[in-house]
Ligand binder design. Sequence first.
Ligand code: BV8
Length: 231
Amino acid sequence: MKEKLVVFSGAGVSAESGLKTFRDMGGLWHEYALEEVASPKGWRANPAAVLRFYNERRQAVLQAQPNAAHLAIADLEAVFDVVVITQNIDDLHERAGSSHVVHVHGEILKARSSVDASLIHVLDKPTIELGEVCAKGSQLRPDVVWFGENVRHMVACEQHFATATRILAVGTSLTVYPVAGLVEVASDAAERYFVSPEIQKLPYGFRFLQGPATVVVPHIARCWLEGRQPE
Ligand code: BV8
C-alpha cells in the first residue's frame, strides 16, 4: 500500500512555465479588476470582456510547457499514491504525467453552458466567442469557478488532506477561501512542506523550503525517492 501524498498547488507552480500568477507584481489582478473578469456579476455586465480575459489566458496555457516541478510531481507517482489538488485552471500537471488531478477551481480548456452546469465539453479551439451557445441556446462560458461561486470537490479534498501522510504545498499564497483552509485539515502526523520563493504566512505544522518550484520540488522529490528527509 503506497503512502498517500497530497500535492496542493497554486499559480506559483506554473509561474516558471510562463503563466502569470495572480498576486505577484504584474500578476493578473493588477491588470484586471477581478470582480469584472472573474465573477458572475462581471459576466452579466460584460461577457465579452470576460471571454477576452480567458481567451488570452487559454492561449498562454496552450503555448506553455510543464516545468521541472510539474514533472517531479508526476515522477513521485512511482512510490506514492499522489493526489494533486490544484487551484490552477491549466492542464500542466496532466501534461507532465500526473494521473490524479483535482481542479477545485475548474479548467480553462473546458467550456460549459451558462444555464446548465452539467453541459461541459473540452474545447477543440483556443477561444470561446460571444454568440457561441450550448445545446440549450445559452452563451458558453469557461468551465472555471468565479468569485462568489461554489468551489468543487471540497469534501473529497478534505478527506485527502486528512488521510495524507505527506503534504507538499507549492506556489500558493493561501489567500482564496474556502480552498486555502484545506491546509488546516492536514493530520498532525503528516510530513508537511511549503514551497515558495518568498517568506509568507506559513500554515501551522508546515516546514518552509524557500526557493522557486523548479529547484525545490525536484530536490524534495529526489530526497523522497531515495528515502531521505529533504533538508
Ligand atoms: C466561495 C479560477 C461560497 C478562476 C479562482 C465576497 C463574496 C463572495 C465570496 C467572497 C467574498 N469575499 C471573500 C470571498 C471568498 C472568496 C475569496 O476567497 N476571495 C479572496 C479574494 C479573499 N472566495 C470565493 O468567492 C470562492 N467561492 O466563497 O463560494 C459563496 C458562494 C456564493 C456566494 C458567496 C460565497 C471561489 C473562489 C474561486 C475564484 N477562482 N480561480 C481563474 O483562475 O480565473 S481563484 C484564483 O486565485 C486561483 O484559483 C487561486 O485560488 C487564487 C490565486 O491564488 P494562488 O494560486 O495562490 O496564486 P497567487 O498569485 O495568489 O500566489 C502565487 C504564489 O506563488 C505566491 O505565494 C508566490 O510567492 C508563489 N510563487 C511565485 N513564483 C513562484 C512561486 N512559487 C514557487 N515557484 C515560483 N517560481
